[in-house]
Design a binder for this molecule. Sequence first.
Ligand SMILES: Cc1ncc(COP(=O)(O)O)c(C=O)c1O
Length: 381
Amino acid sequence: MNSERIALYGAKLDQLRGKGRLRALRRDSGADFTSNDYLGLAASPSMREALTAAVERGVPAGAGGSRLLRGNHDEHEALEEEAARFFRCERMLYFGSGYAANLAVLSTLPQRGDLIVHDYLVHASAHEGMKAGRAELVSAAHNDAGAVEDAIRAWRAAGGIGVPWIVVESLYSMDGDRSPLSDLIDIADRHGGFLYIDEAHATGVNGPGGIGYSAKLEGRDNVIVLHTCGKALGVAGALVGGAGVICDFLVNRARPFIYSTAPSPLQAAGVRHALTTLTREPERRARLHDLIDFGNAEFSARFGMAGSGTQILPIIIGDNIRTMRIADRMQSKGYDIRAIRPPTVPLGTARLRMTITLNVDRPTIARMLEELAGVIEEERA
Ligand SMILES: Cc1ncc(COP(=O)(O)O)c(C=O)c1O
């Protein structure tokens, strides 16, 4: 009886295998061309020292409860205050992950009768939040500000009287391209709406001092930002920034915030260290941008097309199985490159998503791209 029940899952996995969509966990090994640890902070000696010092001054491993109960620690509050100054937000709220933060914000803030127009390519966690909420949803073509405004106009014309929300990423995780934020804020202003910007991949890397692309929208009460802390900041968690009343509302109503043990205070101490490092060591970002420019130049020399211009360099292969074969061959040559397949990316756009981080150097980037060009050529044949 039991084995029949289990067989069902096995059969579903076989179907995934047949479509080239089966996943399995694989250890990190080889030169890092896949992590989002852009500034090389996660395993840096200074992060280790900061966490050791936090342990020694008595910061606990676990929060012991929800933030609304006994789980609210000095480290969380200190982080939120420092982060609000750093990211130039009126207030910030720390969540255990970007996934939880997107789920919380998008299921809680847009109300019944509101409209959310989201970019077609926003992250899975944003989709989960929007689906769990009560607002009407419209998907707009990627980076098409005109399509966003058309959707709002059509909704108003059909009698929509709530608030329109625009949901985007500032730097897209699987494509490495940038959102037209200035056009989008104009649209939000024109229609009395909010702009929600997931800065996950820009946090710590882009904008003045690494504060993200939303820096130029500082001080606006209709902008809400998400800065994740598990990518360039090298730790984990996420900070939602916006007007004080918005953060108070989340504390009162966001179920993923309320009904969950608060993030480890040690984790918060690590994020505080990352923010301090960004301020004290601007040369880290300068080195990263130098590598990004180098990587993009080498990329266009090898592949005869422009790279994204950012730290995320995708090559769309299309076919799932071929993409996996190329990634496997690169892994066996010592380069950690992963195949990204549907449903993470749209059907028919399986790709190699390469990242440039301070965990590699120029010669390794140049060698990897040369070998990759060779492998792709052979797999074409
Ligand atoms: C654009 C974007 N938003 C949100 C998340 C989720 O963040 P976290 O990994 O902290 O849960 C990710 C990470 O994969 C992401 O790429």
